[in-house]
Design a protein around this ligand. Sequence first.
Ligand code: GLC
Length: 584
Amino acid sequence: MSEWWDDAVVYQVYLRSFADATADGVGDLPGLRSRLDYLAGLGVDALWLNPCYASPQRDHGYDISDYFAIDPAYGTVDDLADVVNDAHARGMRVVMDMVANHCSDRHEWFQAAVAGRPGSPERARFLFRDGRGPGGVLPPNNWQSVFGGPAWTRVMAADGSAGQWYLHSFDPGQPDFDWRNPEVVDYFERVLKFWFDLGIDGFRVDVAHGLIKDAALPDWPGADEGKGDHNYAMWDQPEVHGIYRGWRSIGEGYAPERKYFVGEIWVPSVERLTRYLVDDELHQAFSFDLLVQPWNAERFRGAIERTLAQSAQTGTPAAWTLNNHDVHRSVTRYGQRQDLVDPSPSDMIAAARRIGEVSLQLGTLRARTAVLLLLALPGTVYLYQGEELGLPEVFDLPDDARQDPIWLRSNGAELGRDGCRVPLPWSHDAPSFGFSPPGTALAPWLPQPSSFGKLAVDMQLDDPNSMLALYQRAIAMRGALFQASVGLRWHETGQHELLAFSRGDGTCVVNFGDRPLSLPQGWDLELMQASGADSDQAQVPANSAAWFAGVPADHGAKPGETIEADRRLLETATVYRSQSVREQ
Ligand code: GLC
């Protein structure tokens, strides 16, 4: 059965930085609502909202203090209902973020746990343990948090003496739940129903592989090697699957509506990933393989092939992305040095980062190219707000403006993720570039660089050569040229910097090199659109991509057909799916 997300273009809204309607320098739901026509005009099928629940904002919403409330800075539950209704009226779905590994230390349960005694039911909702060593001065084990530093923090006992320790995979302000406690399971079932009842169409599941820890909380032999990302006692434990079976059955209860779950899942193999994507758990997992690759034809092709093979093996459409709220923006990355080091498979933030001088001109050219490639691929495409404007990573934020816990916990050694979260520019000549309403006294929560002016929405809307116009055209044309669910076949172009593949009625050609490259002899295709200025029927300029109608005859298959290898992969996927349906 085809699903609405199978080939959807989903736009990630980092609400805090999208649009401010309430004149406080912070984006909000009424601001988003007022800009829904812009998103409908861009042509996206769905929105994913980063967490907008009540939160002290230690990790900008990934630290939730009340799962049943919207943060007052963003609006109210009614404001969200308005956004959902208005988005639905424009044909766009709305997906929220579900952060269930941890809450905020301000959550009432955690406050009660800190006030409670060791061994009390209040503490049993979290992972409180006695310390080691004389007087329990050492943490219960040697685990490191993902944000750096120990994964344990000690609380005070009622009499003011030092007490137990609690586990936090991320910041100390984000205590991990104990998901083996049925109270936690029940609580989140209520949370899901609350938002589904409001009309939310699905959830992106934050650190989906993290909810259960090895019950023995064993020391990690690799602790000296760095942060906790690779410590598999913290991640991917077998009992996590029971949680998603429960969530999925809640979603299915809304049939015929199709509630959707996409996971942020970091596991060491496709086999492990597949366990999350069986028919009664999550529908899809993000693929970050392409995102972390340097600008190089072979690397890109390798990541695409791996992701498609993974998609065939898991029987779920690929969920592609080149940008999100955690990584340096693609315009900047592609304008830096492209070292061919092997990206770390699980530390996306570090793996995506590039070093050296930035050429924004080159980076922009390549980012235009990359998005044409992305939108030609089979599966779901996730875009991150601002990439359609070609916004660069902002490196020169003042130290005192930076808010990311990665920056704070590393004492400034790591810049963190603020640079991709700077508020959007809407009007080139308005204060705060139109992010806040006219007359707003407060500056945007992160300062915008002056270079954002020329990238403002109003500058790009009527310019056919703008990044925004390219995104609009490509999203509009995507489905007609590259039909949904049709597999991809590569063409050998004879030039290693020139990648070419066909899908359905279209062919996408990408030149990763620094000089123009000619299409192979005999390709008689019609140019439909290009990322660079000088593409024509015969050649693709340096660092550019072009979409053509038609399919080269080099493999003898008819347009719309998949080649044998693809078909075999797809058949495997189908067999896999029907088996798991039978097992239910
Ligand atoms: C995910 C989010 C990231 C957040 C972390 C902790 O990785 O993408 O922004 O800081 O989870 O919730």
